[in-house]
Design a protein around this ligand. Sequence first.
Ligand code: BDR
Ligand code: CA
Length: 311
Amino acid sequence: MSGIPVWMDCDTGMDDAVAIMLAHALSEINLIAVSTVCGNAELDKTYWNTQRINRLINADYPVYRGAEKPLMKPLAPAVNVHGENGLGGVELPLPEDVIVPDVPAWDALYACARSMPGELRLVATAPMTNIATAFIRYPDLPGLLHSVTFMGGSAGSGNVTPAAEFNFYTDPEAAQIVLQSGAKLVMCGLDVTNQAYYSMEQLESMAATGSRAGTFVRDCGRYAWSVFGKLGMAGFSMHDSCPVMYLAHPELFEGKMAGVAVETRGTVTNGKSVTDLYSDKQFPFKNVLVLLKVDRDRFISILTDCVLGIR
Ligand code: BDR
Ligand code: CA
């Protein structure tokens, strides 16, 4: 397979599902495997949802099981956003003959990174529990990876609380371990991911082509819209597709190096990503490339071509 080698860590999740579809379809990317973690839903659901996406796209990516709970906090799944089943109530069949690897996510990720030092791009679209666990067990792993491009955090305000974004809020300690790991980091926070949205009209046109994949994305979008429409959002934000798209098309994005840390103890600010982007006082480190802008038209056009190209 040609293309840049990518490992995805997901809590599949409606927008995680679309991100896997995008990584599958982009010719620039060679998707190697997907590891799963609790987050939007319990691990069993995110695991089997990922296998369902394998079937939807006619693929057989290895899918690994990871953490069943965050490092320190109890899990609070995003039922209000992703529904009870994690896919907005959209029912997808399971593949036949699934092989569930008996190696946990962190061991499999490490073995893969060791087999191609400096090459593997890790994409995280979930709470970073699996990745922090891998970094704790294998302290040389951050240096073996090419980079970690993640959806999480926000330089502005949050979504799950006024301060915090969902992935960072769900496991702030894990996020902090990754931020301090020394790995090359690219952050797709809410600042940029909320710019990358589908309008309901765009989703309906996609489904009108008769595409199975396009109909699935539209059905998820209808569910998301029932929640986000009331909140005055513009559409269905493709949060988790941003890190995947960035790896293939960095030219669509603008960003800035910044110091980023996570609040792990605050009461009203627990899980908030704190950046020094807009502050007089700077952190003594610049550890993250924070993406702040995306060309939405090009983003949606490439994503749509990818989804509709899936057979
Ligand atoms: C993030 O939270 C999850 O609900 C989404 O899948 C995305 O990864 C957005 O805050
Ligand atoms: Ca996610």
